[in-house]
Design a protein around this ligand. Structure first.
Ligand code: KG4
Length: 345
């Protein structure tokens, strides 16, 4: 009997401040190891030079752990998939160079992966003993992270079109920058989420943007938040510490309303009711609940990723590499990373 050959992909992610490696066999997750970099906390943001150095230190132990946990041996791997961009160039260079060396040593092909496509395809990672109910094509994906806020029409695994995007800051940046103004640690998004649970979401009102079509803008909200605090602090220097929960809840509600307003418009415009979220901000509990409520109201079929697949991870790179492998889309040793990349690249 002819047994189909297993397709086993090693995925490498190093686009920002997480070094991650994952092994996926025939679309099923065998391992996903992530090393986050703590070094940036004291600077209140990612320092590119430090990120590259930390990737350099982390990459071999992380890949080693991912391969050991997967239970497969290097010689069984079919290909190595790596993030080619978008991201920080120095960080991307570490993953790209590692992938080249690994591919040469194992004599296997390389597959380049667009980080943004990876976030969307995180919904297609299968796990043993877990129900698999991926989005049906075409679907809309709200991709919200520290670097992106986009509404993507996903026509097929590798056919995506951005139909709306931020013209300035990303939603994650709005969370992080406003959190920084309140003196919260970096990255501030998870702290805002935590405080918001205790606060009154209607305590304060902040300016919402008026941007045409399906595009977003978050820089005005950041400025409105900053001026609001500046004025209140003149009257009461303890204003932030006395109102942290209400400030976080009101800020979070505003960001969620901005995000959902355009997503609802996108669904109406395209007639698509299959809807997904992806990216680091999709870990936000308020956004998740708001999406569930909206989906019930509008009869959407909603797809929310597991927490492990929201922030940067290599499982999403490996699964994207798997679909590209099936199509025979390989990359040569002359591949260089790109800091900027469109979702179609
Ligand atoms: O996808 P990601 O790990 O990295 C990028 O590619 O940007 O996203 C990181 C972003 C940060 O801005 C972080 O504050 C935000 O995701 N984030 C959250 C939450 N968890 C992570 N924002 C709001 N609520 C959260 N629970």
């Amino acid at each position: 009997m002819n047994k189909e050959k297993d397709i086993i992909i090693l995925g490498i992610e190093s686009s920002c401040d997480d070094t991650s490696a994952s092994v996926i066999k025939n679309g099923y997750l065998l391992s996903n190891v992530i090393a986050s970099q703590k070094v940036h906390e004291e600077y209140g943001g990612v320092v590119p030079e430090l990120a590259s150095r930390a990737h350099q230190q982390n990459i071999i132990p992380v890949v080693d752990a991912a391969i050991r946990r997967s239970g497969i041996s290097n010689t069984e791997l079919s290909a190595v998939a790596f993030t080619r961009g978008p991201g920080l160039l120095g960080s991307l260079l570490v993953g790209t160079s590692f992938a080249k060396g690994f591919a040469l040593a194992q004599n296997i092909p390389m597959v380049e992966v667009n980080h943004l496509q990876g976030h969307v395809l995180a919904h297609f990672v299968r796990e043993y003993d877990t129900e698999f109910d991926p989005p049906q094509f075409p679907f809309l994906c709200l991709l919200v992270s520290g670097g992106n806020s986009q509404i993507i029409m996903v026509k097929n695994h590798l056919d995506m079109e951005v139909i709306g995007q931020t013209i300035d800051d990303a939603a994650g940046e709005a969370f992080d920058k406003c959190a920084k103004v309140m003196g919260l640690p970096y990255p501030g998004g998870p702290y805002v989420d935590r405080y918001a649970k205790e606060g009154n979401a209607n305590a304060f009102q902040f300016a919402k943007p008026r941007i045409p079509e399906l595009n977003y803008s978050f820089s005005g909200l950041k400025t409105s938040f900053l001026y609001f605090l500046r004025d209140r602090l003149k009257e009461n220097e303890k204003f932030i510490e006395e109102n942290t929960a209400d400030l976080c809840a009101s800020l979070q509600r505003t960001i969620i309303e901005i995000l959902l307003d355009k997503l609802v418009k996108a669904s109406k415009k395209t007639g698509i009711k299959e809807v997904a979220i992806a990216g680091g901000v999709s870990a936000n509990s308020g956004l998740r609940q708001a999406m569930i409520n909206e989906a019930e109201r509008r009869k959407w079929k909603l797809h929310i990723p597991k927490f492990a697949f929201t922030t940067d991870n290599a499982a999403m790179i490996a699964i994207t590499g798997y679909y590209k492998y099936l199509r025979g889309e390989f990359t040569g040793q002359d591949a260089i990373p790109f800091a900027r990349m469109d979702i179609r690249q």
